[in-house]
Each structure stands twice: as C-alpha cells, then as structure tokens.
Write a protein that binds this ligand. Structure first.
Ligand code: 1HN
Length: 366
C-alpha cells in the first residue's frame, strides 16, 4: 500500500470511529432518483390460507400465545428486522374462528380491514359493533379501542389488515395498550349508528365530527363501493392507467380515509391493458375478483382472487386482465403529500430506459 492509500484508509477508519460518514461516500445523497430496495411481490391466497388454518391449530387467539392470529407480510427487499409489504405499509391476513374473540386494544398506528371471506364477525370500534361482510372496508383509526369477535356458526372469517405500522415504528411513535380488565370493550352504541351519522354524504350530528385526521365514518359497505364503480363504468370511459377508480373518502374533510393511508377500489374492464406508470407513494392491492398479471419493475406477477400484491414506490407498473377485475388498493400517499413528495409519471408506452420491463411486458402477451 502506498503512503497516500494508507492515509486514505486511515482517514475513513478514524471518521467511522467518530460515528460520522463522509457525505461523498454515500451514493444516496446524489442519487438523481429514489433508490427503492423493496421488491414487487405477490402473496398468494392458495399458499397462505392453508397456513392460516394451521395457525388456528398452533395458537389460541386472545391468550398470551397470540393477541391476534395474524400472518403479516415481509417484503423480500427489506432488512432482516423489518416488517411490511412495503417500507411504510403492513399488509396481513387475519383469521378468526366461530366463537373466538380477539381482545380489545389500541395503538397509535392506524388500521384498515378489507374483508375477504366468511361471515359472522364484528369489529367493535368506539363502542359500536360493526358487522364485517365480504368486500367491506372497516377503519380502526389511531388510538381507538378495537376488538374482533366471531358470532357465526360455520366458516372461519378472514380479512386483510392494512396498517401504517412500519412508518409509525420508524417515527418512534408506536404506543400500544391493552383494554383494562376485560377482553372486549363495552358496546355502548346501537348497531348502525356510525353509518347513520356519517354515511351516505350526510352528517347527522356535525358537532361529533372528529376533525381531519381520520374519517368519522368507520365502515364503507361493499355494495356502496361496488355500486359507485358500476355507475362510473356505465357513464364514463376507463382511465388508461387506473381503469375505473374510486377513492374511499373521509366524510368530514373530503380527504383520505386515514392520516397515513388512502384506500381505493379499481375496476379493470375485460381485456384492459393499462398504460405504464410509476409514483413515489408505495401501495398494496388485494384482488377482490377476477385475475390477471402485472409487470412491475421488470417482473411479471400473476395474481388471482384474494392474492395480495406489493407495488413499491417509483417502480414502473402496468396491469393486464382478461375478464372484469376488481382490486382494492391502499397507498401511503398521505405520508408524502404534506411534504410535496408525491411525483407521478404516466407514459403512453414504456420509456426506452426500461429495457427489462419492456422485454417482460412484450413477452407477456395480453
Ligand atoms: C394489529 O393490532 C391488528 O388489531 C392486526 O387486528 C394486524 C399487524 C401488525 C401490527 C398490529 C389488529 C396487525 C396489528
């Protein structure tokens, strides 16, 4: 080693020992575009449902074994200790059997549930037992007590949980509390009160509005959301990138449903092939009905009913379907918007700078 090289190595070692980093050695500091380590990924229902049934044999829910019987996803691009379908969003599958209760707790991370199968479950939020039916979206916002119970007879009930847990963990703001003394919170409101007061674009008791952080409406029915999509399809043309798309809205502010997460429903009509796009927010979608494939960052991902797909931020993606297909999608866009960090590119065709994606998309037919 020359004297200069030795001095160079010595300098880097000394600086590292002082817990400092020469900025010029950090590629991230001058990267012209976001560097995204998360990978496009599909979690398949056919793989995971059998494991949920096994989990039901392995652990009893509501005991010290398991507060919730949840399989939560880990993006293969994330570092060893991390969880999340993307770097900000948790997606999980939760199963509850007839007669079971998942006890009441609250946390500073927001949650949403999209119901996938079964019937007979209720989530109690704010003292109201909200029935969970297939295709419904149920919110349990920041710091609200919530517990789940299955009063039905036969089938297990399964839903997707979406949470901003990784984001809140990284902000060192994750607080959690068990409901004092009892398994379930007291039911103090009649069923349907929340929808009566905050649903359907009306506000029954304006003074009870909670402000802008989350929607006062806690449940969005499948029939309402699907009906809205249908009316769009009956009267308008599909957007070439997003198909027919609706956003579930905060009924008080008109903004996103939660401070950190937005929720959408897409209908991709039979034969649809989307144009390519990419956006800085990351999202996760769940296939409600239909099947197809996406090409994301040069990878082809095939999916069908109840599969869950991670779309990392700033990754070119396009979707192809044969028959009418409905996707529920959650996004971390509210985490980026306040800081002016949302960027979106929508292209007629893939830029020549994306040869891998071009190749896969061309070979993918459709
Ligand atoms: C959680 O509290 C629930 O309350 C579900 O049902 C999934 C995933 C990660 C962290 C907390 C629930 C969760 C979770």
């Amino acid at each position: 080693m020359t004297e200069a090289a030795a001095e160079h190595a010595d300098f880097y070692e000394d600086v590292a020992r002082l817990n400092a980093v020469p900025l010029w050695s950090l590629a991230a500091s001058t990267s012209p575009e976001p560097r995204v380590f998360e990978q496009p990924h599909v979690w398949r229902w056919s793989d995971l449902y059998p494991q949920l049934l096994r989990a039901a044999e392995v652990v009893e829910v509501g005991t010290e074994q398991a507060e919730r019987r949840v399989l939560t996803f880990k993006n293969p691009g994330l570092p060893p200790m991390a969880v999340g379908a993307t770097q900000t969003l948790v997606a999980s599958l939760q199963i509850l059997l007839p007669g079971e209760t998942a006890p009441a707790h609250r946390h500073t991370y927001n949650a949403l549930r999209f119901i996938l199968s079964g019937s007979g479950c209720f989530t109690t939020v704010e003292g109201e037992a909200i029935p969970m039916n297939r295709g419904d979206l149920v919110l349990t916002p920041h710091w609200k007590w919530h517990d789940h119970a299955h009063d039905g007879q036969n089938e297990p009930m399964v839903w997707m949980d979406g949470l901003d847990f990784p984001f809140v963990l990284n902000l060192r703001s994750a607080f959690y509390e068990d409901y004092p003394g009892k398994e379930s919170q007291a039911v103090t409101r009649r069923s349907g009160e929340n929808v009566a007061q905050f649903g359907g674009g009306i506000v029954g008791q304006p003074w009870r509005r909670d402000g802008a952080l989350f929607s006062p409406l806690l449940v969005y029915s499948w029939d309402a959301a699907r009906g809205a999509l249908q009316r769009l399809q009956d009267t308008t043309e599909a957007d070439p990138w997003d198909g027919y798309m609706i956003e579930y809205l905060n009924t008080a502010s008109g903004g996103h449903v939660l401070a950190t997460m937005a929720a959408y429903l897409h209908l991709l009509p039979a034969g649809f092939r989307s144009r390519p796009q990419r956006r800085t927010p990351s999202s996760v979608f769940c296939v409600v009905s239909g099947s197809g494939f996406s090409v994301v960052a040069g990878q082809k991902l095939e999916w069908s009913e109840r599969d869950i797909v991670a779309l990392p931020g700033w990754s070119w993606h396009e979707h192809v379907v044969e028959k009418d297909t409905v996707l529920f999608r959650m996004s971390d866009v509210p985490m980026l918007e306040p800081f002016g960090l949302v960027r979106e590119q929508r292209a007629e065709r893939l830029p020549a700078s994306q040869p891998e994606q071009q190749q896969v998309a061309a070979g993918a037919g459709g």
